[in-house]
Design a protein around this ligand. Structure first.
Ligand SMILES: CC(=O)N[C@H]1[C@@H](OP(=O)(O)OP(=O)(O)OC[C@H]2O[C@@H](n3ccc(=O)[nH]c3=O)[C@H](O)[C@@H]2O)O[C@H](CO)[C@@H](O)[C@@H]1O
Ligand SMILES: C=C(OP(=O)(O)O)C(=O)O
Length: 426
């Protein structure tokens, strides 16, 4: 088993380059299945989730090859097995995104119900299925698999409301958009997700020949086309990775430069950090972040984009443990996404959970301890807390962080952090 050993408190300095966005690369790789031929993607992060997507695409007959410098070739010239196997799909929720493109391209799909970070509660796919059914797909669920079939007349465009109790669905929007891109006639997706990753996927699909309008808004209109062609595309920078490093700079009272990022995708986190006293100089594709002195407390509520992202909630919570007063966080997207609370408290934080909110009583210092990573962003929060804490922090189960952060240890080491990956026997 791999662990991270951190000797805190650390000071960071220098420049960190942000990788391509996991949550854009994954649905875009699925969308590449729509094009008969070789798609070339640039800036695809080398992380476990992308390797899982390679495995999934390989299993359906699509050949993926990692080339030099973050480039990936996806050859969807033939698809011989439109099945998303349980053993692959259970590892990663984004694998379920294969059902939309398989339906569009092959007229049928059989895909296991997904897994993903389940430590933050039940994650249904009912809206994905509602959207596909609205297009006319015949869907049944048996033995843990969703079987979907295109009816005789093909998929037919229609108006679909994609909202759920906790707002729009990101991957649901991706799935239905992909299926609708080759349906007959016009589909209007209302209350669609407008996260930058969905925008990037829609832009990629437009390059392929899809007729999509309303990108970046909550209403996407799609005119179905008969075929889509393979293209070249560069994945947007990972806003969550960038946000994680911003928090790292604040927690360690440091100054760092974050390059290859897209500050306009981070308006809510930047606004929040500025209110907490952080200096952020924003350029077109880089940011200089510095913090000295007190961290002002904050009140945060996670929301769909452009609101504050749930994928930065855990990292901001770690930071607010060091604020000069009480802070509040309410989680509106995944009301149970709090597995990091108990582990942060092991580092001497004072966090109390009340329903889907927490109250954080800020302290001057955190103290190192052994902790257990429970999901991807919870792990990132524990690493950040470990960098700021006094003494040694051991983060166990780092396979969670390896799902989504490329070279996290070497990037932090290059900034001067005393962090090491170690292999220990289970
Ligand atoms: C690979 C990827 O891109 N993952 C991101 C994606 O996950 P994902 O797309 O799975 O998250 P959703 O946007 O679908 O979830 C939003 C809310 O809708 C609910 N819901 C969702 C689908 C559905 O059919 N029914 C339903 O009720 C969910 O339980 C949740 O409460 O968006 C989340 C919200 O920004 C991020 O935290 C994840 O990092
Ligand atoms: C929750 C995440 O991923 P997933 O949806 O794959 O669980 C994430 O990227 O923070």
């Amino acid at each position: 088993m791999n662990i991270f050993e951190i000797d805190g408190p650390c000071k960071l300095s220098g420049t960190v380059e942000i990788s391509g966005a996991k949550n854009a690369a994954l649905p875009i790789m699925a969308a590449a299945v729509l094009g008969n031929g070789k798609t070339l993607l640039e800036s695809v992060p080398d992380i476990a989730d992308i390797r899982t997507m390679f495995e999934l695409l390989d299993s359906i007959g699509v050949k993926c090859k990692r080339l030099e410098n973050g480039k990936v070739e996806v050859d969807a010239s033939s698809i011989d097995n439109p099945v998303g196997d349980y053993d692959i799909v259970r590892k990663m929720r984004a694998s379920f995104c294969i059902i939309g493109p398989l339906l569009a391209r092959c007229g049928q799909a059989r895909v296991s119900l997904p897994g993903g970070c389940s430590s933050f509660g039940h994650r249904p796919v009912d809206i994905h299925l509602k959207g596909l059914r609205a297009l006319g797909a015949e869907i049944s669920i048996e033995n843990g698999y969703v079987t979907a079939r295109v009816p005789e007349g093909g998929l037919v465009g229609t108006e679909i409301f994609l909202g759920g109790t906790n707002g729009p669905t990101v991957l649901g929007t991706a799935n239905v958009l992909m299926a609708a891109s080759m349906a007959k006639g016009t589909t209007v997706l209302e209350y669609a997700a407008c996260e930058p990753e969905i925008q990037d996927m829609a832009i990629f699909m437009k390059k392929m020949g899809a007729k999509i309008s309303g990108i970046g808004t909550q209403t996407l209109t799609v005119e179905g086309v008969d075929e889509l062609k393979p293209v070249e595309h560069r994945i947007i920078p990972d806003r969550i990775e960038a946000g994680t490093f911003m928090v790292g700079a604040v927690m360690t009272q440091s100054q760092i430069t974050i390059s290859n990022c897209c500050p306009e995708h981070l308006r809510a986190p930047i606004d929040c950090l500025r209110q907490m006293g952080t200096r952020i100089c924003v350029d077109k594709d880089s940011m200089e972040v510095s913090h000295t002195g007190k961290i002002r407390p904050a009140h945060l509520t996670t929301q769909p984009y452009p609101g504050f992202p749930t994928d930065l909630q855990a990292q901001f919570m770690a930071m607010l443990c060091l604020a000069s007063g009480n802070s509040f966080i309410t989680e509106k997207i995944f009301p149970e996404r709090f597995s990091h609370v108990a582990e942060l408290n092991r580092l001497s934080a004072e966090i109390n959970k009340v329903g889907s909110s927490v109250v954080i009583s800020g302290r001057e210092t955190l103290l190192g301890a052994p902790v257990m990573a429970s999901d991807l962003r919870a792990s990132a929060a524990l690493v950040l807390a470990g960098l700021a804490a006094e003494g040694k922090t051991i983060v166990n189960r780092v396979y969670h962080i390896d799902r989504g952060y490329e070279d996290i240890v070497s990037k932090l080491q290059a900034l001067g952090a005393a962090i090491e990956r170690k292999h220990i026997d289970d």
